[in-house]
Design a protein around this ligand. Structure first.
Ligand code: UT7
Length: 328
């Protein structure tokens, strides 16, 4: 039988500080009722403290994963980090994570695909396992969104939170693991969800700082319309090409951007809300970390052989879906 990449462990990390809707209402003109009804978010976690970066959260998730799966750091062949909030422009946050965890000399790199980042990284990691090249690959999604959020913009600051989660991929010859994946993008959507400053087009200057170009810009309603359509479409597509009906699916694992987008995707897939992994109320949108954080939260409910559909949509625009047969 051919080799599939099985997820053999998952571990997350969330910072302690809880930013509630009530606290946000003291910072911008908003309220709990608006945020809950429009997004489903009640609170989110924020990484506080000098010198704390995305890698620090990823390191906790990776260390926890190694411990939980009884894996020695020296056994890891490759580490991929999905993030839009790297510690630095370069080097890769993945390089820093490996150094801090003590995984010496392996290949490691970052993937930037915004809210679809984890699925892009999972799809990439899967290839190295399926070809037989590597035996143990870590894929970590981590974002310190608070470092690029404008806390004077009520349309974005209510959405995002910080967090990280990692999965271990290992070869499986019994048909468990990542069975199929789709990734897609449309760069013409860039202008609707973007951080304008800091790159080679608009390098940092006093002016880019004054013009708030180093924080997230989002045309919310525009992104919402596209997200509702595209996330449902890609989830339906992966089901169709694998001959799955709503009854066959144990859980939809959606990117957690907005509860209303998730509900629309569930309707299109023909699955009830009892089959939807949901933690947006606790963590908000942690970008690359949402899907593995869901797996971590729901791990105890999962059974070997469960059919899971992962789906995401985000900046780029990017989107993705994976069909995963749970391996433990
Ligand atoms: O993960 C990456 C992809 N991102 C997404 O998928 C996010 C997609 N977009 C969304 O989730 C939604 O568009 C938002 C949650 C960002 C906004 O919800 P909406 O239902 O699209 O609201 P809106 O932007 O159309 O705003 C409706 C009203 C406006 O007031 P007026 O013009 O009707 O008087 C806004 O100014 O709500 C106002 N508003 C707020 N009011 C209270 C906007 N933000 C807030 C707020 N609190 N935080």
């Amino acid at each position: 039988m051919s080799i599939t990449a099985a997820i053999t462990g998952v571990c997350g990390y969330l910072p302690d500080y809880v930013l509630t809707n009530a606290e946000l209402a003291t910072m911008v003109d908003t309220n709990d009722e608006w945020i809950m009804s429009r997004t489903g978010i009640k609170e989110r976690r924020i990484l506080k403290g000098e010198g704390k970066a995305t890698s620090d959260m990823a390191v906790e998730a990776v260390k926890g994963l190694l411990e939980k799966t009884n894996t020695d750091a020296s056994e890891i062949d490759l580490l991929i980090c999905a993030t839009v909030t790297p510690d630095y422009f370069f080097p890769s946050t993945a390089n820093i994570i490996c150094d801090k965890v003590g995984i010496p000399n392996i290949g490691s790199f970052d993937i930037l695909a915004a809210c679809s980042g984890f699925l892009y990284a999972l799809t990439t990691g899967t290839q190295y396992i399926e070809t037989g090249k590597y035996k143990k690959v870590i894929v970590v999604g981590a974002d310190k969104m608070s470092s690029i959020v404008d806390y004077t913009d009520r349309t974005t600051c209510i959405l995002f939170g910080d967090g990280a989660a990692a999965v271990l991929l290992e070869p499986n010859t019994e048909g468990f693991g990542v069975i199929d994946s789709i990734i897609g993008s449309d760069g013409s959507g860039a202008k609707h969800l973007i951080m304008h400053g800091g790159g080679s087009l608009n390098p940092p200057t006093h002016q880019t700082v004054d013009n708030r170009m180093h924080t997230i810009f989002q045309d919310g309603p525009w992104v919402f319309k596209f997200a509702v359509t595209k996330m449902a479409e890609v989830a339906a597509q992966i089901m169709e090409q694998n001959h799955l009906t709503g009854d066959d699916v144990a859980y939809l694992v959606p990117h957690q951007a907005n509860k209303r987008i998730i509900e629309a995707t569930a309707r299109r897939m023909g699955v009830g809300m009892d089959k939807i992994m949901l933690n947006i109320h606790k963590y908000g949108n942690t970008t690359a970390a949402t899907i593995p954080l869901c797996l971590w939260d729901y791990e105890s409910k999962l059974k070997k052989g469960d059919n899971l559909v992962f789906a995401a949509f985000g900046g780029g625009f990017t989107w993705g879906a994976s069909y995963v047969k749970w391996a433990y």
